[in-house]
Design a protein around this ligand. Structure first.
Ligand code: SAM
Ligand code: DTB
Ligand code: SF4
Length: 382
């Protein structure tokens, strides 16, 4: 028989042992639980259900581990030797009614950009020919318009441009502001490959940048484009005075789209004299974008939207070659290249070709990439 004292001490011992076992069990199950990053890397299909907590966890992974993981993901879903070369043409410059605080083409700011008419078809074909000769496989036409309302003849002319550029064997992209379903269908019938319409930033930061059209207006256009069977080219700008939480919010919107954008442009703000954004950035307490945050955004986008073509867009000319290299390590696989962006500078074909050849990369062929069909198993063959 146990004495009462020994009984109590033995019972306490068992309790302590049981508590310790339970603690060890729970610690080991936590250790066994894969991190969100591991989970993301193991998915066989892209997920469209990312929570902000999950994205925050990925975004805040130690940088070396994050970039390495993004490169692993990139290699799982893409041929790492291929880069898409896209050339832009401004087919209708300046005079835009919108108030986007960063834009050289808004009529509300004195930026020195004059309003011009829609360019002629011949001029577009000449530029497209030059881009093709230089190895670009996608040609993008940009117009400084709010939307396509009341622009029937403009839409007809642009549809003809699209059909003719397509016939030259190039993929086509246009960015014309907001479009409704019928306008999107007309562009699809003309053979349009992709439509560029950005969300620009997080839902929370957006009203500090644009007030003349809403975040939901933008999502509506993207939906109209995708419903018409056109690929969405949708991304945004970094460096608008946003926080890291806004980068997470930006990716949250994109990574929860169904389907994800086929192409995801990452612009780095080019401050344009005369725009409110450039003025704000001159203030002493202005929030400056760190290069680390560009890398984290690209890597998180690559990990969570594995099929997307991630495009280093405006402001690339302000990056050192080593910085561009890091962006490619983090999952970028497309650039704008050529004589100009819309109003700002662009790295030229020759320097880009030399840089990419040095890295062991070559241009993606036109119509070779179908994001919808891309699976891990098809890597390298689609
Ligand atoms: N008007 C159309 C629209 O807003 O959809 C198309 C043209 S707009 C110039 C296309 C995108 O270029 C914008 O959504 C923005 O992300 C980017 N962009 C414009 N100005 C920029 C700047 N100064 N720096 C970086 N990106 C810029
Ligand atoms: C996008 O996201 N970046 C490109 C393309 N889509 C049309 C345009 C960038 C414009 C940069 C500012 C300028 O050149 O005026
Ligand atoms: Fe107009 Fe587009 Fe510039 Fe906004 S970004 S002002 S909509 S051209």
């Amino acid at each position: 028989m146990l004495s009462i004292r020994r009984f109590i001490s033995t019972t306490n011992g068992i309790r302590r042992a049981a508590a310790a076992t339970a603690r060890m069990a729970s610690e080991s199950s936590a250790a066994q639980q894969p991190s969100v990053l591991k989970l993301a890397l193991s998915l066989e299909q892209p997920s469209n259900e990312w929570s902000k907590e999950q994205l925050r966890e990925i975004y805040n992974t130690p940088l070396l581990e994050l970039v390495h993981s993004a490169q692993l993901q990139h290699r799982k879903w893409h041929d790492p030797t291929k880069v898409q070369l896209c050339t832009l043409m401004n087919i209708k410059s300046g005079g835009c009614s919108e108030d986007c605080k960063y834009c050289a083409q808004s009529s509300r700011y004195d930026t020195g950009v004059e309003a011009e008419k829609l360019v002629a078809l011949d001029a577009v074909l000449l530029e497209a020919e030059e881009a093709k000769k230089n190895g670009s496989t996608r040609f993008c036409l940009g117009a400084a318009w709010r939307d396509m309302q009341g622009r029937k003849s403009g839409l007809r002319k642009i549809s003809e441009m699209v059909t003719k550029v397509n016939a030259m064997g190039m993929e086509t992209c246009v960015t014309l502001g907001m479009v409704n379903e019928d306008q999107a269908k007309q562009l699809k019938e003309a053979g349009l490959t992709a439509y560029n319409h950005n969300i620009d930033t997080s839902r929370e930061h957006y009203p500090k940048v644009i007030t003349s059209r809403s975040y939901d207006d933008r999502l509506e256009t993207i939906k109209n484009v995708q419903s018409a069977g056109i690929k969405a080219c949708t991304g945004g700008i970094l460096g608008l005075g946003e926080t890291e939480e806004d980068h997470i919010g930006f990716i949250h919107t994109l990574s929860n789209m169904t389907p994800h954008p086929e192409s995801l442009p990452i612009n780095r703000l080019v401050p344009i004299n005369g725009t409110p954004m450039a003025e704000e950035l001159k203030k002493e307490n202005a929030k400056k974008l760190k290069f680390d945050d560009i890398l984290r955004t690209v890597a998180t986008a690559r990990i969570t939207m594995p099929r997307a073509i991630i495009r280093l867009a405006a402001g690339r000319y302000t990056m050192k070659e080593t910085e561009q290299f890091l962006c490619f390590q983090a999952g970028c696989n497309a650039i704008f290249t050529g004589k100009k962006m819309l109003t700002t500078m662009c790295n030229g074909w020759e320097e880009d070709k030399a840089m990419l050849a040095k890295w062991g990369m070559e241009p993606m062929q036109s119509f070779d990439y179908d994001a919808e069909k891309r699976t891990i198993a098809a890597q390298g063959s689609v």
